[in-house]
Design a protein around this ligand. Sequence first.
Ligand code: PD2
Ligand code: ZN
Length: 286
Amino acid sequence: MPASTAPRVDPALAQWMLDRVRAGDTPQAMLEAMLAQGWQQQSALEAIEHTLQAHVDAVGAANALPARVAVPQPVAANDTWELDLDGHRVHVLASMLLPRVVVLGGFLSADECRQMIQLARHRLAPSTTLNLETGEDQQVGDRSSEGVFFQRGEHPLCARIEARIARLLDWPVENGEGLQVLRYGPGAEYRPHYDYFDPRRPGTAATLQRGGQRVASLVIYLNTPHRGGATTFPDVHLEVGAVAGNAVFFSYDRAHPLTRSLHGGAPVTEGEKWVATKWLRQARHD
Ligand code: PD2
Ligand code: ZN
């Protein structure tokens, strides 16, 4: 019904109708109740139709699938198992389509891993996650690592790794968030979560304005924990072992669980685990 001709329905009346629908009343029963209260038939019918249609529209909008977007893709990961990234040789160890997951061997050298840990070691702070209601960063029990965010290009080693990632994924360096180095001590974990931001939650608006949606993640293992610490994909019962220098790439082409990109960092049961995470955005992230 066009807005200009839509009946104005008192919010309390609309709520009464929705409560009756939820309680199992048919529109006919509702109409009879309204007629008994002295409503004119035509007005009652219009009010019922308008309220129910508005309700159906709201439920539909809340459940609508977010649009599919373009995502990065490791170059030649479908039929080439050895990649030369500007002189650095990387192996594709495993590849899965849904969720899109690619496991890479030798993405960083032992020296690069060591140096990256040294750069981060003295700057660690408890990890946070975004509160989806308020937009604030907050510490939560689901994520018990410590970490540090580097600016893009903050150190020549960061710049070299960022260039390698851009080459691997054919995705602009500028679309990447700065590298985040994380340390998980004994018992620390990152419980299963999605890396994309749910656009329907108010706390995600500000971050979505900076470069759009996250569309892919690359978790690079900087050491090999003694026990535990795999990256897990619970929807498909996949565990990727944390092995120094290796990396796991995964992408999500819409902000929706249908991507099956739910993933977590399993608890470290002995020793410690260091990773560098790179999140890729749709557009330039400043
Ligand atoms: O450290 C991990 O394995 C891990 C698991 C899940 C890291 C992240 N998510 C992340 O940094 O988003
Ligand atoms: Zn994650």
